[in-house]
Design a protein around this ligand. Structure first.
Ligand code: BG6
Ligand code: MG
Length: 219
């Protein structure tokens, strides 16, 4: 048990439901390349970097392309994705996200974003969440994708809080592994079966309160 001083949040799937926009863009790319891409396939891309997502998509379609073509395909998918998220607004924050962040801040607990996405700032601005974070670490600041702990360690460093005083909120197995490798407490957001490595699992942030954080330590 140690004092909880900071909470770090994944973005996609924890604070906003952008998985469907990623899915539509990857599916469109798959169709252009001549194969189908199901919602089940899309599960494999959650929490995974853009480049790795493309590799998985190409595996599914049994295609192999050179590095230049890969870059072009990733850019094309991203243009479609950016077009979708450019219409987002504050109503697309998932239930409980904003009130929980506000409650943490009122209690003096520091908050950080820890996302693999290079589009995180666009989403935070569109949904008006920017001001609720003391630090923002996204895919433009990290070199190594989750499950590497880099994104959360950088977040903790920016907050000047030691890992043992941090709690991470994650919806993807790769993110939970990253949090555990960073030696932080981890709350899985989603289904218990998929996230059973986390210290605690909630269905959504609407189930989170300051009181529930006390299972990890005193506040
Ligand atoms: C993660 C998403 O947050 O960001 C992944 O869960 C996505 O699905 C990754 O591939 C990278 O996002 P972006 O916006 O940089 O393509
Ligand atoms: Mg996620």
């Amino acid at each position: 048990m140690s004092r909880i001083r900071a909470c770090l949040f994944d973005l996609d799937g924890v604070l906003v439901d952008t998985a469907r926009y990623h899915y539509l863009a990857w599916k469109r790319l798959a169709h252009e390349l001549g194969f189908d891409f199901s919602r089940r396939d899309n599960e494999r891309l959650k929490g995974v970097s853009r480049d790795r997502s493309l590799e998985i998509l190409l595996e599914i379609g049994r295609l192999s392309v050179d590095a230049a073509a890969k870059q072009e395909l990733a850019e094309k998918k991203n243009r479609w994705y950016v077009e979708s998220i450019s219409h987002m607004d504050e109503t697309e924050v998932l239930p409980g996200g904003r009130p929980f962040l506000e409650e943490l801040r009122r209690a003096g607990i520091r908050t950080a974003l820890g996302s693999a996405s290079k589009n995180a700032m666009t989403i935070l601005r569109r949904t008006q969440l920017v001001d609720l974070f003391d630090a923002i670490v996204d895919g433009t600041k990290t070199a190594r994708a989750k499950p590497d702990p880099e994104v959360f360690l950088l977040g903790a460093r920016e907050l000047q809080v030691e890992p043992q005083h941090c709690v991470v909120f994650e919806d993807a197995a790769a993110g939970i592994e990253a949090a555990l490798r960073a030696r932080m407490y981890c709350v899985g957001v989603g289904s218990r079966e998929a996230l059973n490595q986390a210290h605690l699992v909630v269905g959504s942030l609407a189930e989170m309160t300051l009181d529930r954080l006390q299972v990890f330590g005193y506040l």
